[in-house]
Structure formats: structure tokens, C-alpha cells
Design a protein around this ligand. Structure first.
Ligand code: DX5
Ligand code: ZN
Length: 223
């Protein structure tokens, strides 16, 4: 699979939200990343169901919902009916990871688990085969525009190794501090999906930045 680019709406201009979604529609981006924060799991509050409803209606790209909320299993069905194509819940936010994955599968959405920078990938060993996605956070969740944590590259490599060894189809998504300066390093470590917020929406030319993020030649870099 050619890797995917998922611009994160969190960094967009909310006063021009429709234009921002249209920009993503008209770009070579693959998904639209949608960050939900509850002010409890993370020290910030972003947006929820009504906004997802509105955005999903105009988005031509599948909406990839990242739930940074406690007890996420309670809200999976509502996010699915609001238009999520994939949902990632945090491993650290629930005691019922396996049950949450079942709920995601039953509701027909792609199932993902996100992990914070301090959480080892090995904790996912027993659910890896049930997952469509693992979202590795490369910053502490809660805010856009933070610095990429380079230790993440090691986590990507080790997760990729187990996915290949076990012959699974689970994809690795990486989120936080990604831009043209480090996209190649993240991809060559084994990432399949790159989330990019400020590097896209704060760029002088967002469409062109997405195109450049999407045009990294994987044949010339070692995976
Ligand atoms: C952070 C969010 C990210 C954020 C990424 O908690 O999960 O998706 O929007 O933004 P950048 O790319 O600016 O780090
Ligand atoms: Zn995110």
C-alpha cells in the first residue's frame, strides 16, 4: 500500500472551516483527521458530534476520528453515526480495550488503538490481530504544533517488525509534529499513515505541502 496522508483539522482556521475541508477535498490527501478532546484525558477541549456531523457531510475524504477522551467505548456508536470512517481510542483511556475494539468492529468502523509516547507497543500484542490501525503518538496528545519526539521512530520500527513477523494487515499511523522535515524518517521506520496538522494548515500553500508530503519516493528509502 502506498502510504496515506491525513491532514488534522485541529490546525485549520475554524472561521473558514468549509473552505478548509474543501481544500483537503481538492488535494491529494487520503483521510481527514479529526481530533476529539474531553478536557479530562487531555488538558484541552476541542470539538465533538455536531462538528463531525457537519464536516463529514462535506468531506470527500474518509474522516479519521482520534478520540482523546475517557471511557471512549461509550461514544463509539455515536461517532460512527456522525460519519467516522475510522476511530482510534486511547489504550490509556479505558480498562476495556478488547471490548472497545469489538464495539468498533460491530459498528462497522475501522478499529484503531492510539498510544501515548510513554506506552510501549508491546502492550498491544494481544489485540494486534484485531486492529485495523495502531496510532502511535509522537507528541503528548492535547495540542497541535508540538515538537516530534524522536524516540517514536524506535517504536514504529518495533511495531512494524511484529506486524510483519505475524503476517498481519494492521496499519501504523503516526500523529504529532510531522512535516516535510521528518516525514521521510517516519515513513522509513515503517509508518503507513502520516497525520499532519500545523505543517499543512499553517503552511503558505497547504495544497502543495500535502502534495509534497505525499510524493516521498519510497523506492529510494530503506524500510
Ligand atoms: C494532538 C493531535 C494531533 C494534532 C497534530 O493531540 O492528536 O492530531 O492535531 O498536530 P501537529 O501536526 O501540529 O502536531
Ligand atoms: Zn490526532
Amino acid at each position: 500500500m502506498k502510504y496515506l496522508i491525513a491532514p488534522s483539522l485541529l490546525a485549520s482556521n475554524f472561521l473558514k472551516l468549509e473552505e478548509e475541508v474543501m481544500m483537503v477535498n481538492d488535494s491529494v490527501a487520503d483521510w481527514l483527521h479529526f481530533d476529539v478532546m474531553d478536557g479530562r484525558f487531555v488538558p484541552n477541549i476541542s470539538f465533538g458530534f455536531p462538528l463531525l456531523d457537519a464536516v463529514a457531510k462535506v468531506s470527500e475524504k474518509p474522516v479519521d476520528v482520534h478520540l482523546m477522551i475517557e471511557e471512549p467505548e461509550k461514544y463509539i456508536e455515536r461517532f460512527t453515526s456522525a460519519g467516522a470512517a475510522s476511530i482510534s481510542i486511547h489504550y490509556e483511556a479505558t480498562s476495556h480495550v478488547h471490548r472497545a475494539i469489538q464495539i468498533m468492529k460491530e459498528s462497522g468502523v475501522k478499529a484503531g488503538i492510539a498510544i501515548n509516547p510513554h506506552t510501549p507497543v508491546s502492550l498491544l500484542d494481544d489485540v494486534l490481530e484485531d486492529l485495523d490501525l495502531v496510532l502511535i503518538m509522537s507528541v503528548n496528545p492535547g495540542f497541535g504544533g508540538q515538537k516530534f519526539i524522536y524516540r517514536t521512530l524506535e517504536k514504529i520500527r518495533s511495531l512494524k517488525e511484529s506486524i510483519i513477523r505475524r503476517n498481519l494487515d494492521t496499519k501504523i499511523e503516526v500523529d504529532g509534529g510531522i512535516g516535510l522535515q521528518n516525514a521521510e524518517a517516519v515513513l522509513s521506520s515503517g509508518a503507513d499513515i502520516l497525520v499532519a496538522g500545523s505543517s499543512v494548515f499553517r503552511a503558505e500553500n497547504p495544497t502543495e505541502t500535502i502534495r509534497r508530503l505525499k510524493s516521498i519516493d519510497m523506492d529510494t528509502i530503506m524500510v
